[in-house]
Design a protein around this ligand. Structure first.
Ligand code: ZN
Length: 246
């Protein structure tokens, strides 16, 4: 029997390439990674949903919708978020077929050594602090899930070159993205829905699942519903083979 999901999973590989969005970055040489599913198979659109849980709580609009529709997703959680959201973590762990839990750091400190602040956050400032951020997040994920994380996405998803190399040397794949759905949960619902619904096959989508008070979450739900209605195949990052991006 033809199973599009299994087929997609078998054929997927991620192609990561470097892009720099000079206006958004702290310094032009700081790096924002683009991540896509390489050579998505023909047929139904294939996308990977990724959600960041930086701090705060859980947006049940999104979580409940994913569970109800059996939509898999990859969640990037911080140590800080895990400490405060044990009940939600139990819900995630009750659905291992749906949710992959990965490392978003210890205290949500950007993995940047060469500039002091980015998007209002104080950066790590040194490789030692970058390592603390990565290790602290990894230990927390391992403790909460029993599984060591394989992917890392730093706060702001921007990296200085030396931090990127250090994180990769520690064995992590860096989780970039190709479609920013909510710009830090800051966009209006209708805009978010439209952006997600316009996903192309192979897109890795980023949105936030920790801001229940923001309109953006409503747009996430609407956008995913539109993808479901059009027969989209959803995959987790671990469902895909990876290839070195540089
Ligand atoms: Zn974050």
């Amino acid at each position: 029997m033809f199973r599009p999901h299994a087929l997609a999973v078998a054929l997927l590989a991620i192609g990561a390439s470097l892009t720099t969005a000079a206006t958004a970055l702290a310094k032009s040489h700081d790096i924002e990674l683009k991540l896509r599913i390489a050579a998505p198979p023909p047929g139904p659109r294939v996308v990977a949903l990724t959600f960041d849980a930086c701090s705060g709580t859980i947006d049940r609009r999104i979580l409940d919708m994913l569970v109800k529709n059996q939509v898999p997703a990859t969640l990037f959680v911080t140590h800080r978020w895990l400490k405060r959201n044990q009940e939600t973590t139990a819900v995630l762990l009750a659905h291992p077929e749906l949710f992959e839990i990965e490392n978003h750091g210890d205290q949500h400190v950007p993995a940047i050594t060469d500039t002091a602040r980015l998007y209002g956050l104080k950066t790590a400032g040194s490789l030692e602090e970058v390592r603390k951020e990565v290790d602290g997040g990894a230990s927390a994920v391992l403790k909460a899930t029993g599984k060591p994380p394989r992917w890392f996405r730093g706060a702001t998803a921007v990296y200085s070159q030396d931090a990127l190399e250090a994180i990769r040397s520690a064995g992590y794949s860096i989780a970039g993205f190709s479609l920013n759905a909510d710009m830090g949960a800051s966009l209006p619902a209708a805009t978010v829905a439209k952006r997600i619904a316009a996903a192309r096959s192979g897109d890795v989508i980023i949105a936030h699942i920790n801001q229940p008070g923001h309109p953006a979450g409503k747009g996430v739900v609407e956008g995913i519903q539109r993808l479901i209605d059009r027969g989209t195949v959803f995959v987790k990052l671990d469902d895909m083979q990876t290839e070195a991006s540089r």
